[in-house]
Design a protein around this ligand. Sequence first.
Ligand code: GDP
Ligand code: MG
Length: 161
Amino acid sequence: MFTVGIIGRPNVGKSTLFNRLAGKRIAIVDDMPGVTRDRLEYIAEWEGKKFKIVDTCGYDLREELLKKEMIKQFYASLDEADFFVLLVDAKEGLHPLDEMVCNILREREKKFIVVANKVDNEKLQSFVADFYQLGVEEIIPISATHGKNVDILLDKIIENY
Ligand code: GDP
Ligand code: MG
């Protein structure tokens, strides 16, 4: 089945987005980085197309050094998805780890889209431009907590189906 991996550094809102897409709170959302220990999967349907969404663990170099299991999980997730939502935090701006994972996705020739989360209001929209430094042509601004633009993201996923 076409599998979409939600990937990004800790605390960007991966689990929140997963919950939004899954329509229920089944992932663990927490303010502490690296809370998602287990991979969570959900079969979603959009425009009559079924696909699997995977909430990957966050990655944090310090965490990874301590928790080898998380590194394994991170790299395993790269092999298990056909398409990636690289989630970044518009409130925090571009982070070196965003660039790192973007480079890993490119090196491995993975298809992905950069999605800027926490764009809760129009004022935050201007922060999205920062992420064009990643060298991508398009960035989708969303708010996982408010559900804003999640339909546009789902359309994008289907385009790459
Ligand atoms: P993860 O580590 O990437 O899985 O991130 P979580 O989903 O656990 O979320 C980390 C924090 O960001 C939590 O406090 C969420 O409530 C918050 N968060 C997630 N999405 C949004 C959003 O769209 N807007 C705002 N303002 N906060 C968000
Ligand atoms: Mg999480």
